[in-house]
Write a protein that binds this ligand. Structure first.
Ligand code: SF4
Length: 339
């Protein structure tokens, strides 16, 4: 599943770069609204009278720009820095954390000046060497659905393959991995797939690949010897959760070679804040996501805001189930955390 936009806005300056010119030529031949804009930070051409309209129109809009900012954001605790490759994603997961971060119009943005971005990464690597510097490629986006347009990930993975002191990691729910299988990664790029049960994907993760497709893609990445991990999240409590999550893990174990080493699992149970609940309800008023505060316990977060998490008994059942299943089906795998 790749991103086919309805509307493409290209920043004037992006046309001076080979990728920008190539994308312009590509979209001229497609059936899309195509416009040149002055700045990728002032995007006004996305229609929408209500929050819902704005959101759905933005999710079908591609903005092509030149990344200017000098500094990379830090990315604790999973990496040292974010590598800015793209923003947002065409998926429409009801609980997407980007909805709270990217404002009312989370359009998909890609950058054409990758060489400059990598030159900046090099400076960060040099400054910390001989320590290893880790960059996260999916902090504000899912970079895979736009890879067929940019080829940026392949270049980034090749770049990190040549770095003694730099490492790269990314997480995705998407599956268009074929162009990355032969890239010389040298084990310096870690792929993490975000997976979930069919019920959760079909009910909440609109416009994303199915569980089966994600598992097949993960098998391909494992076959190409990339370091690999899985995020299972949000883990949701529903009638058939045990049955479906067990099948998911069973299917997954079948596509991974026995020799798969250093496999990691990150387990994230569903939680929400008041702000996220308001956002979700404004975009998906009929959501089936259970956000009844009465059925949750309060957890005080690091930054002073409170989250509603599942009660202790449910969390205990989840933890016991996943720990046992992972031990049985993926001997030697590590559970990085359970929250
Ligand atoms: Fe958000 Fe990831 Fe879903 Fe895209 S795939 S909408 S980034 S949660």
């Amino acid at each position: 599943m790749v991103f086919v936009p309805k509307r493409v806005l290209i920043e004037q300056e992006a046309l001076d770069y080979a990728l920008g010119a190539k994308l312009y030529a590509h979209f001229l031949k497609q059936d899309v609204e195509l416009k040149i804009i002055k700045s990728h930070n002032r995007v006004t051409a996305i229609p929408g009278k209500t929050p819902q309209e704005s959101y759905f129109e933005a999710k079908q809009t591609l903005v092509v720009g030149v990344r200017k900012s000098e500094k990379f954001q830090t990315c604790k605790p999973s990496a040292h820095y974010q590598l800015p490759l793209a923003t947002s994603c065409p998926g429409k997961c009801e609980y997407c954390y980007l909805q709270t971060n990217l404002g009312k119009k989370p359009y998909v943005r890609i950058y054409v000046n990758l060489d400059e971005i990598l030159a900046k990464a090099q400076e960060y690597i040099e400054a910390r060497k001989p320590e290893i510097t880790v960059f996260e490629g999916a902090a504000t986006s899912d970079p895979l659905p736009v890879e067929y347009l940019t080829g940026n990930l392949a270049k980034v993975i090749t770049y990190f393959g040549q770095q003694e002191f730099g490492r790269f990691r990314l997480v995705t729910k998407f599956t268009d991995v074929d162009s990355l299988l032969k890239v010389a990664h040298q084990g310096h790029t870690t792929f993490r797939f975000s997976i979930n049960s069919p019920y959760v994907i079909n009910t909440f993760e609109h416009n994303t690949p199915s569980m089966k497709e994600r598992i097949i893609a993960a098998g391909k990445i494992a076959g190409a010897n990339y370091p690999l991990g899985f995020i299972i999240g949000p883990i949701i409590f529903y009638e058939k959760w045990q049955e479906e999550y067990e099948v998911m893990l069973e299917e997954l174990s079948k596509v991974l070679p026995d020799s798969q080493r250093n496999l990691t699992f990150e387990l994230i149970t569903h939680r929400f804040t008041k702000r996220a609940k308001t956002n979700i309800l404004s975009l998906y008023p009929k959501t089936k996501l259970d956000m009844d505060e009465q059925k949750r316990q309060l957890k005080y977060g690091q930054f002073g805001y409170t989250k509603y998490v599942y009660p202790k008994d449910v969390l205990g059942d989840f933890k016991e189930f996943f720990t046992k299943q992972i031990e049985e089906k993926f001997p030697g795998a590590k559970i990085s955390y359970f929250v």
